[in-house]
Design a protein around this ligand. Structure first.
Ligand SMILES: Cc1cc2nc3c(=O)[nH]c(=O)nc-3n(C[C@H](O)[C@H](O)[C@H](O)COP(=O)(O)O)c2cc1C
Length: 412
């Protein structure tokens, strides 16, 4: 019986432990969490979701507050189209965060950043270009393009001096999405350096509809490998979604995957950005607590705990301060909020049932998104005398994935 450590992920000139900690926005995958994977010879991800806010918290520069000041004009109107991000501020925030993490890097692994196309920021092209460019400027080892088809993302950075040397990958949930992406970039003569195939059991937003349960990662993985073989393309494939033990990972590695991307196991790590209350809620979750719903204003289904504090809240939209999901001045939460206001009895506390204010609640760690197997987290931590759980370190979880066999999970 093999373990993950019997395999290596070859990327560029690196031979890595084939374990990737996936990007978890907003700053759930903190630099401390990501850098643990790097130190242990794997790959860690920062997240660039709501970067201005993350950088404000880490570096004390008022990026979001300045944005609010510049955009006050729309506070009382539903048309948010005048709202804009200061591209210079996005650049500065991204460079600060990435550079600081890169300077703290130790070990032989790689530090990547997860960039979600679906963060449209009321100017999708310009803002994405600036986000990607600034991460490359600051020396990030690689960028994982996520949450979207990313048809133009390579084009946006094709003139960057690091376009051919940095590691660039994409997350897909179907072979078709991959085919289109590759075809779109033929003229650039630039293939992705790695492909993350994310199945329907992952945390965060899903690249599937509400029929997600009809798909499975192994089948999609096999289809992607068959396509690459047909096209004579040699690109490492990393699988993600529902891989809970080292043995789960080995099953994919033996089938030809070059690596596995995992996240849910790390949500309860000491270094993870979630507050302790959320970590304990994950640890106490039962299978029935985990649902896929359509509360996200992005239009993608999202998996989360039923106990997610953001559900049924009625916060006033914070687009002037945040506004990461705005597209042509609109966000589905703003529409749902206004409808709820119109329907509300003035004495009741406002409650918006259909959507959540994703920016506000992700910023406050009130969206408890998780993978399908989060209910098993209690198998991975020791209970304290008071009924809570002791949180494992990220290093412990990483090493458990790397060395465990026979579906065993080593307790800290
Ligand atoms: C709390 C949490 C937040 C996540 N946030 C993001 C994100 O911001 N961007 C993204 O592409 N994927 C996100 N994901 C997906 C993970 O990066 C990863 O691919 C997936 O969850 C792996 O499956 P697992 O959680 O079953 O191990 C998130 C996952 C979790 C659990």
């Amino acid at each position: 019986m093999k373990c993950v450590d019997d395999f290596r992920l070859h990327l560029g000139d690196k031979s890595l432990v084939p374990l990737v900690i996936g990007g978890m926005g907003v700053d759930i995958s903190t630099p401390a969490l990501a850098l643990t994977a790097v130190r242990l010879g794997g790959i860690g991800h920062l997240s660039d979701a709501m970067m201005m806010d993350t950088a404000e918290r880490y570096f004390g520069k008022p990026f979001s507050r300045d944005k609010l000041r510049a955009n006050r004009g729309t506070l009382n109107q539903s048309d948010k189209s005048p709202i804009h991000f200061d591209l210079g501020a996005i650049t500065e925030a991204t460079r600060l965060h990435v550079r600081h993490a890169m300077e703290s890097k130790r070990g032989e692994g790689l530090l990547f950043i997860n960039c979600m196309e679906k963060l449209t920021m009321n100017a999708p092209r310009n803002t994405l270009q600036v986000r990607l460019t600034a991460a490359l400027d600051a020396g990030i080892d690689g960028i994982t393009l996520a949450a979207g088809l990313n048809h133009s993302s390579f084009h946006l950075i094709s003139e960057h001096p690091r376009f051919r040397s940095a590691m660039l990958g994409i997350i897909v949930s179907s072979v078709r999405a991959l085919q289109i992406f590759i075809r779109r970039n033929v003229k650039l003569n630039r293939l992705p350096d790695y492909i993350v195939v994310e199945g329907p059991l992952a945390g965060g937003h899903l690249g599937f509809g509400m029929d997600w349960a009809q798909y499975d990662l192994l089948t999609i993985h096999d289809e992607v490998q068959a396509y690459l073989k047909r096209e004579d393309l040699s690109i490492p494939v990393v699988v993600a979604g529902g891989i809970f033990t080292g043995s789960d990972a080995v099953r994919f590695l033996e089938r030809g995957a070059a690596g596995v991307q995992v996240a849910t196991r790390f949500t309860i790590a000491q270094e993870c950005g979630l507050p302790d209350a959320a970590k304990q809620a994950y640890l106490n979750a039962t299978q029935n607590d985990i649902e896929v719903n359509q509360l996200s204003p992005t239009g993608y289904p999202m998996r989360m705990l039923r106990q997610t504090p953001a559900v049924n809240q009625g916060v006033r939209p914070n687009c002037e301060l945040y506004g990461y999901i705005l597209e042509n001045g609109k966000c589905e939460y703003v529409t749902a909020y206004e409808q709820a206001l119109a329907d509300a009895n003035s004495r009741d506390k406002l409650s918006v049932k259909d959507k959540i204010c994703l920016c506000t609640h992700m910023r406050n760690y009130d969206v408890w998104t998780c993978g399908h197997n989060a209910w098993r987290l209690k198998e991975t931590a020791r209970p304290n005398d008071d009924g809570s759980y002791a949180l494992p370190s990220a290093e412990h979880i990483f090493l458990d994935y790397q060395f465990s066999k026979n579906q065993q999970i080593r307790l800290p």
